[in-house]
Design a binder for this molecule. Structure first.
Ligand SMILES: *Cc1c(COP(=O)(O)O)cnc(C)c1O
Length: 388
């Protein structure tokens, strides 16, 4: 399906709402029926009926059609956060005694899910770096039900070979799921490489304006229906119609925003890697990136999130650099219009900082939609100030 068609037309039955170009926000909790028999029929198949907005809502359903189509999937479910789009499908598809293989550098709350929440329900996880496919093969147990991926991962940018991992899992009937927030379906299409379930934090690039928290998972209809009829309805992390409308609005410009973020990041990472105050730059589309070949094989482009370290990586210098920035904001998250920095030291207690540990030195940068020259001037003056 053509991306232009998906973003501008798919799911938009305008004659149902006065031919309005912008779809309405169906701000309602429930839907009325003319007869008991009609209600009974709807309740027998809640997956396909508008009854109550914890389940189905017409504004969300436009969005679901578009996000499923973008992933090349049969259906999508929306959640009130990216985290719930990861945890709820896993809780729905696994049970006590099951085993997961995950990478050891997931997004922090995904890590916590595997380390803390799932063990409470008797679900165990083996962690691998994921950069070599044989690590997955070696970690497989008789009860392995799920391989959970995040490629690239969002702080260390490690990649997993999606085609190879999917082929391995298929042979053994193991479910594969990926957090694809970094690339979005514009730059990486995991379903086409054989991955079963694709989750994204829609808070990031899908929304794109730093004004909504949301998540999405896509996959085969039968699997999405199982998730919907069980943990999705039971845990109730429903997205509001207003948030869904903001995501629809964000989606219209997704390829433009992502393209701008990608191009600017290319310019800025190249410039930074030549800068005398900079030690290293970590970004999957840099020519000296360790897995550069794999990145170009399975990704059509790259997100605007990268990390770099200073030659002089004392905690004071890192903080002085970040504090000196005048246009980059110091903040978590990413994927919006605004450029951000988030140094690793922000999550390390001051007395535990180790200036020799590369992971501690990294300053994570997100490049938004500003002019790259404007951003480079800001980085330049902050690098100079940090060096004084
Ligand atoms: C932000 C983020 C999440 C969590 O999404 P929320 O919308 O904040 O719940 C998950 N994965 C990645 C890679 C993220 O960056």
């Amino acid at each position: 399906m053509d991306i232009s068609y998906i973003l501008n037309e798919l799911g938009e039955n305008r004659e149902d709402y006065f031919n309005a170009v912008s779809p309405p926000i169906m701000q309602t909790s429930n839907f009325a029926f003319k007869k008991v028999s009609e209600l009974r029929e709807a309740m027998s198949d809640e997956y396909n009926a508008d009854i109550y907005s914890r389940g189905q809502n017409p504004t969300l359903n436009i969005l679901r059609k578009k996000l499923a189509a973008l992933d090349g999937a049969e259906d999508a479910l929306m959640f009130s956060s990216g985290v719930s789009a990861i945890s709820i499908p896993i809780l729905a598809l696994l049970k006590a005694g099951d085993h997961i293989i995950a990478i050891d550098n997931h997004y922090s709350w995904t890590n916590k899910l595997f380390h803390t929440l799932l063990p409470k329900f008797g679900i165990t996880t083996t962690f691998v770096s994921g950069t070599v496919t044989s690590e997955f093969e070696e970690a497989i147990q008789a009860n392995t039900r799920l391989i959970f991926l995040e490629s690239p991962s969002t702080f260390t940018y490690q990649l997993q070979d999606l085609r190879k991992v999917a082929a391995l899992a298929k042979r053994l009937a193991i479910i594969t799921m990926i957090d694809n927030s970094y690339c979005t379906p514009i730059y990486q299409r995991p379903a086409e490489m054989g991955i079963d379930l694709v989750a994204q934090s829609a808070t990031k690039y899908i929304g794109g304006h730093s004004d909504v928290v949301a998540g999405v998972v896509t996959g085969r209809k039968e699997v999405i229906k199982t998730i919907f009829e069980n943990e999705f309805m039971n845990l109730g992390a429903a997205l509001s119609p207003h948030s869904a409308w903001l995501l629809l609005r964000g989606l219209r410009t997704l390829p433009l925003r992502l393209g701008r973020s990608f191009e600017s990041t290319q310019i800025i990472t190249e410039w930074l890697s030549r800068h005398e105050a900079v030690k290293s730059v970590l970004w999957p589309f840099s020519s000296d990136f360790k897995q550069a070949n794999l990145a170009r094989e399975q990704m059509q482009g790259c997100g605007g999130l990268f990390s770099f370290s200073l030659k002089n990586s004392s905690a004071e210098k890192i903080e002085a650099f970040c504090n000196s920035l005048q246009h980059f904001l110091i903040a978590v998250s990413w994927g919006g219009h605004e450029s951000l920095v988030c140094p690793a030291i922000a999550s390390i207690p001051a007395n535990e900082y180790n200036a020799d540990n590369e992971q501690h030195q990294y300053i994570r940068v997100y490049i938004g939609l500003e002019d790259p020259a404007y951003l480079m001037r800001d980085l330049e003056q902050a690098l100079l100030k940090a060096d004084q």
